[in-house]
Write a protein that binds this ligand. Structure first.
Ligand SMILES: Nc1nc2c(ncn2[C@@H]2O[C@H](COP(=O)(O)OP(=O)(O)OP(=O)(O)O)[C@@H](O)[C@H]2O)c(=O)[nH]1
Ligand SMILES: [Mg+2]
Length: 304
């Protein structure tokens, strides 16, 4: 591969994955990269950071920039998340705008597309219609026509299934052609820019999102207080921050059962990711309204 990487036809660039929450941006990035670099849950607003997922082969290096779903929110955290998405779009070489075809093309999605298609950003736009495994093929044609009317200037409209991998190879080929001819930006062995510590924090948060309901996940953050290698593997100490006193017992569960489950599932996921034994300790701490406190958001790396 090394000799091929230095060929002048090699393409490399950044592709911003943009869209409403829950459309499958992180799922698609993980599928292409081949590793869970971004957490995925059935709940909206799962992604809070800008996360890189790097795919390299002999012809190209695609640097995906996964972003938080674009949504309306009054809390400082939500405003920061949306700002992260728009600034990732400005810096990318290609805009990949994703939607969920199992849901009608609603006003929020339409506004989002119009905002990117209004000429203020000059990069090529590719529309990705995700979750085609869940819909009848006949419903796709009217959807594509509707989309072409809203954004006739896009270079491609690609139906895919991120979970099943349908049309994903074709999408990668389309995106590659839109990237500049350039040398790789990252070591071909790398698949993300996140540290193992950041990944550990996200893996804990994923389990909190999966285990909890209503507003609790959205008002929860994870801080890794210690992460170090030991003779037996990796030692991790994580603190789950909850925004309200009443959330703490709910997260811990009867006799600590829920925390135990969150800890075990996180540990198993991290052991698979890191390829070694993980010793994980998790605590819960109340930090009132952290999601509206700029200082705390900065400390958690969530300041946008
Ligand atoms: N059936 C089906 N489900 C999918 C597909 N892609 C993603 N999903 C599901 O959609 C849900 C949301 O996926 P995510 O990848 O977290 O979505 P996201 O766009 O990153 O969401 P945010 O981070 O909240 O903006 C998860 O339950 C996924 O399993 C798909 O192709 N088909
Ligand atoms: Mg996501």
């Amino acid at each position: 591969m090394e000799s091929d990487l230095s060929q002048s036809n090699f393409r490399c660039g950044a592709i911003a994955l943009l869209g409403r929450p829950n459309v499958g941006k992180s799922t698609l990035m993980n599928k292409i990269v081949g590793t869970k670099v971004a957490i995925v849950t059935p709940k909206p607003q799962t992604t809070r950071h800008r996360i890189l997922g790097i795919f390299t082969d002999e012809k190209c290096q695609l640097v995906f920039v996964d972003t938080p779903g674009i949504h309306k929110g009054t809390k400082q955290l939500n405003r920061n998340m949306v700002r992260i998405a728009y600034s990732a779009a400005q810096e990318a070489d290609v805009l990949a705008i994703m939607q969920d075809v199992t849901k009608p093309l609603d006003t929020g999605t339409r506004n989002l597309i119009e905002r990117f298609a209004d000429g203020s950003l000059s990069q090529p736009r590719v529309h990705i219609l995700n979750k085609v495994d869940k819909v009848n093929k006949d419903s796709l044609l009217p959807r594509l026509q509707q989309l072409q009317q809203i954004d006739p200037g896009a270079v491609a409209y690609v139906p895919v299934s991120a979970t099943k991998g349908l049309q994903v190879e074709g999408l990668v080929a389309t995106l590659t052609q839109l990237l500049p001819k350039a040398e790789p930006m990252y070591d071909p062995e790398w698949f993300t820019d996140q540290s193992q510590r950041q990944l550990a924090s996200e893996y804990v948060r994923e389990q909190v999102f999966l285990a909890m309901h209503q507003e609790i996940p959205f008002q929860t953050a994870v801080d890794i207080e210690a992460f170090y290698e030991s003779a037996s593997g990796v030692e991790i100490e994580a603190v789950i921050l909850v925004g309200h006193e009443r959330h703490k017992p709910m997260l811990i569960g009867k006799g600590g059962e829920r925390m135990k489950m969150i800890g075990t599932k996180t540990r198993l996921g991290l052991e698979e990711l890191l390829g070694c034994k993980v010793n994980l300790k998790v605590w819960v701490k109340v930090q009132t309204d952290w999601f509206d406190n700029p200082g705390q958001l900065t400390e958690l790396g969530l300041n946008g």
